[in-house]
Ligand binder design. Structure first.
Ligand SMILES: [Zn+2]
Ligand SMILES: [Zn+2]
Length: 341
């Protein structure tokens, strides 16, 4: 099967690999589409990934074979793979944070031996989740990042009536904005330097789009003239995080969503005087992917604006990553696991 493989030093190549072997309780899934994630960009372009890794974790596909002990799943079923859920009982799980369950092994954040920038994946059947009939398999590849956006919005405590700022109009910021709107939170401003992304932010439901320079510096010890109750920092940019923090109203909340190289400087005095909260969202809610599939299938998300119209093949994954990093493609790019003929 063809696979886009990270070979080291920021380079990728397409290799012909053996189809992975199936255990008795596994399903072999033919990947339909796999989205390119900001994490993939960090791993490849910043050279964190281990050579021979197959990246890509935002996928949906069709069952091509099932192991002898598998029950309830048939060839042709359209599926995504649920995350490993937390124990549900530890302190982290009880506080709605199963992705940092205290009873799990510390994760190996660089383990990408079984990614989905390839034709086939083996999935334990217990982890399979069926894609609803009304949702295309291609759009179902948006399940994983949608589950993250839902978790992010849940952790923020955002409610209709909140005045929300989203810094960064890339795929994460766009999806967060769309989920906020689907939840009835209508006052959402997106701050983003790239005109193309600002335009797309409007298309996914931002009520206002601005440039980072439009956000004022905060006066000492009190809010800016038009403060926000919640800010989602989706860019991973240190200056954006510092600015987002400056825009918060009394008892406001900053949510870290985007990762980045440089670390922001947070004014703790301001946090104290305004009683600000900082939270950070890593992965998913205890419900796993079901709520994300439900939301995607509901028709309440602007899928055409969230997903780039043109899919790419395995040969073009690296070039597309460079284009994404340059801000040339505002939405989620889907990879089809085929090679150019
Ligand atoms: Zn991702
Ligand atoms: Zn737990």
């Amino acid at each position: 099967m063809p696979a886009a493989v990270y070979v080291g030093n920021g380079e990728m190549t397409v290799r012909d690999l053996a189809i992975p072997t199936l255990g008795p309780s596994d399903a072999l899934v033919e990947v339909s589409h796999c989205g390119i994630c900001g994490t993939d960009l960090h791993l490849v372009l910043e050279k964190y990934a281990r050579p021979d890794s197959i990246l890509g974790h935002e996928w949906a596909g069709t069952i091509a074979a099932v192991g002898d002990d598998v029950q309830g799943w048939e060839i042709g079923a359209r599926v995504v793979q649920n995350p490993t859920l937390g124990c549900g009982e530890c302190r982290a799980c009880k506080r709605g944070r199963p992705s940092v369950c205290l009873r799990r092994e510390p994760p190996d954040l660089l383990d990408f031996t079984h990614g989905a920038f390839c034709r086939y994946k083996v999935v334990p059947s217990a982890r399979l989740v069926r894609v609803p009939d009304s949702l295309s398999t291609r759009a179902a590849a948006l399940t994983e990042p949608t589950a993250i956006a839902i978790h992010t919005v849940n952790l923020s405590g955002a409610q209709p009536g909140d005045r929300v700022l989203v810094t960064g109009g890339g795929p994460v910021g766009l999806l967060t904005t769309a989920v906020l709107r689907a939840r009835g939170i209508d006052d959402v401003t997106v701050s983003e330097p790239a005109p193309l992304r600002r335009e797309r932010a409007r298309a996914v439901g931002a009520s206002r789009v601005i440039e980072p320079g439009d956000l004022p510096r905060a006066p000492m010890g009190r809010p800016v003239a038009e403060p926000y109750t919640i800010a989602f920092e989706c860019s991973g940019n240190a200056a954006a995080a510092e600015s987002a923090f400056d825009q918060l109203d009394y008892a406001g909340t900053l949510v870290f969503v985007g990762t980045g190289h440089e670390m922001p400087r947070i004014n703790h005095n301001r946090a104290i005087v305004l009683e600000l909260t900082i939270v950070a969202a890593f992965n998913y809610d205890i419900e796993g992917f079901a709520p994300a599939l439900e939301l995607l299938a509901s028709g309440r998300l602007p899928l055409d604006a969230l997903i780039e119209a043109d899919d790419v093949l395995l040969d073009d994954v690296l070039a597309t990553m460079h284009r994404l990093a340059a801000g040339e493609l505002p939405g989620k790019v889907m990879v089809r696991p085929e090679v150019k003929t």
